[in-house]
Design a protein around this ligand. Sequence first.
Ligand code: HEM
Length: 362
Amino acid sequence: MTRSSVPPFPQAVFSPVTRNAIFIVATINDDAASRANVRAWCADVANLTRAIGKRVPSGNLTCVVGFGSHAWDALFGAPRPAELHPFREFGAGGRVAMATPGDLLLHIRANHMDLCFELATELMARLEGAATTVDEVHGFRNFDMRAMIGFVDGTENPVGEEAVHFTVIGDTDPNFVGGSYVLVQKYLHDMRRWGALSVEAQEHIIGRTKLRDIELNDSVKPSWSHSSLTTLEDANGDEIKILRDNMPFGRPGFGEFGTYFIGYARSPQPIEQMLENMFVGRPAGNYDRLLDFSRAVTGGLFFVPSEPLLKALAERDPGIAHTITVASASSRDIPDAQTTQNMPSGDGSLAIRSLKGAPRYE
Ligand code: HEM
């Protein structure tokens, strides 16, 4: 088979919207055999996803795997993704975006929970004895894409080429082209207090109308609204976006109501800037009032290698500085059409624009 010049394909960061998701965060046990087990596992992820997904083609089963900063060094050594670091905590006035343990993230999505469950079962069985789950959340898609707090979530997500531009690493980090960063946080909401607010007060907090999901006019939208504080611009005044796929979760019998936040970007910087704006405020003190009703109980930052790199990592020896040799993908590496529905591949290419120059964020 002749190899094409298509850049390394991302994992299924651009999965179509699905009805269900399982988020698993695990730590990797601190011994050489466990690390070898996890490395070998990297080669299985795509094959298992394909095998299980084939049984229900309309189910859109995908899995994205990410690695935490310490885990990357222990598992794979050099080279390492340029911007991978431990989760940075932000906080003020009792609000804390806290870091919690996590070496490995699995983001499994499908239209049916049985597909997610089957894949999670197979993947975790292969990690038995090598990894310890520290958090697992089963999310569901709520009515009209509404978050647990009743507002439509995901509206301002970038799509198509714009989504690729904002989430996929280009030539700024040549060893890791086709990769992304992903930040996750588990939030719990005080739904009793949130529900006691008027709809108008809730709309001011989010910055959009509740029923029709229209952005509030600047004359009435507070500077402390969620949408104001998570809107970033670069030095040229162009908006900087991230790709989110939050999921509601909960256990009504236990009074637990939550949102699992997940944001993908080509650099951790914009997501961290959003967190600082939300938790500390822009300017300091002008914080996101959603946090008066929601608290983050986990936080992790992970690097998501491209699909061919994930497979190749199975062969890495952390003691040796490796040259990355997956600069182009063969047609075998390109995922099924079902996993690339939102890709702008009119000409079959990823259209990764030049990402030169570190962006500045406000
Ligand atoms: C309690 C957890 C959260 C909930 C329930 C939530 C909910 C929402 C809702 C309802 C919207 C408006 C519709 C939309 O454009 O999606 C929104 C927008 C947004 N959120 Fe969140 N969010 C949460 C946490 C976060 C976090 C932690 C970040 C970033 C670190 C973030 C980043 C954004 C961004 C970038 C937008 C779009 C802003 C715009 O362009 O107008 N969200 N969120």
